[in-house]
Ligand binder design. Structure first.
Ligand SMILES: NC(=O)c1ccc[n+]([C@@H]2O[C@H](COP(=O)([O-])OP(=O)(O)OC[C@H]3O[C@@H](n4cnc5c(N)ncnc54)[C@H](OP(=O)(O)O)[C@@H]3O)[C@@H](O)[C@H]2O)c1
Length: 255
């Protein structure tokens, strides 16, 4: 992927990983549009940066995505990179019947949001020079935790969809998967101040180094995410499920 001179849309760019990516790509000489539901968070993310822009979208809502895509291409016809980063994570219990609103919101936001927005922009991107799509999945796509089963399933689906997209768009759009491990953001309440997750700055440093590889790897996997990403290939999947779930239970007991 080209590292400068792009026009990049980052969904969920008002906080956490999206905001950190937006700042790094801006500072490398790219125009960056950050999108999310909260205009105030987006404006704070921009600060005084001259080549950043904010646009609102609710990625859970198909009508909002269609309206957003039209406004986006009108305002930024040079758009050549899409980063599908917006996401939510809710904890759930599987051992009793429950209302499924959280599960539905995660499928709509994490999976259908990525599918719908990509669908709205693919015809534009596929005729652009230097086009790229970056889908943000998770280490939990590869080894699930029992406390967040729907979240893990949406991320496994994003991984699968990304593999298919990469093959379908070969030669037209570079398709990259970014696989974060547990990182200090407010994806779940209190996560940004817990000591276990990787500090956001360290994570983004590693991510940007990997992005600058020539060619950019198809999957951006920082050191801490390798434990999950490679578990199955290294024949230690069952052990990884057990270790990760034990670690998760202990971390949340002391949180
Ligand atoms: N942090 C981790 O440990 C971790 C690990 C693996 C993967 N990830 C993934 O990394 C991505 C970024 O998460 P993060 O950790 O940076 O958490 P975060 O700070 O909570 O960021 C999530 C972003 O998504 C946006 N968003 C959520 N629902 C949306 C909607 N309906 N429409 C538009 N935007 C929406 C939020 O903006 P608004 O609220 O303003 O809409 C927010 O800026 C997510 O896909 C997450 O699953 C994170």
């Amino acid at each position: 992927m080209k590292m400068e001179g792009n026009t990049i849309l980052i969904t969920g760019g008002g906080s956490g990983i999206g905001r950190a990516l937006a700042h790094r790509f801006h500072d490398l000489g790219n125009t960056v549009i950050v999108a999310g539901r909260r205009m105030q968070a987006l404006e704070e993310a921009i600060g005084e940066r001259p080549r950043m822009h904010a646009m609102t979208v609710d990625i859970e809502n198909p009508d909002s995505i269609a309206d957003f895509a039209a406004r986006l291409l009108e305002a930024h016809p040079q758009l050549n990179v899409l980063v599908n980063n917006a996401g939510i994570m809710r904890f759930e219990t599987l051992d009793r019947s429950r209302a499924l609103a959280d599960a539905e919101a995660m499928v709509d936001t994490n999976l259908l949001g990525c599918i719908r927005l990509t669908n709205a922009l693919v015809e534009h991107l596929s005729v652009c020079d230097d086009a790229a799509i970056v889908n943000v999945s998770s280490g939990l796509a590869f080894v699930p935790i029992t406390a967040a089963p729907t979240y893990c399933a949406t991320k496994a689906a994003v991984h699968s969809y990304t593999v298919a997209m990469r093959a379908a768009l070969e030669g037209q759009v570079e398709v990259i998967e970014l696989v974060p491990p547990l990182v200090q953001t407010e994806l779940t309440p209190g996560q940004s101040t817990r000591t276990g997750p990787q500090p956001l700055g360290d994570f983004i440093d590693e991510v940007m180094t990997l992005f600058q590889g020539q060619p950019t790897p198809a999957e951006i996997i920082v050191e801490r995410a390798r434990f999950q990403r490679n578990a199955e290939a290294e024949h230690r999947f069952a052990e990884a499920v057990s270790t990760l779930n034990k670690r998760d239970r202990e971390a949340r007991k002391t949180a």
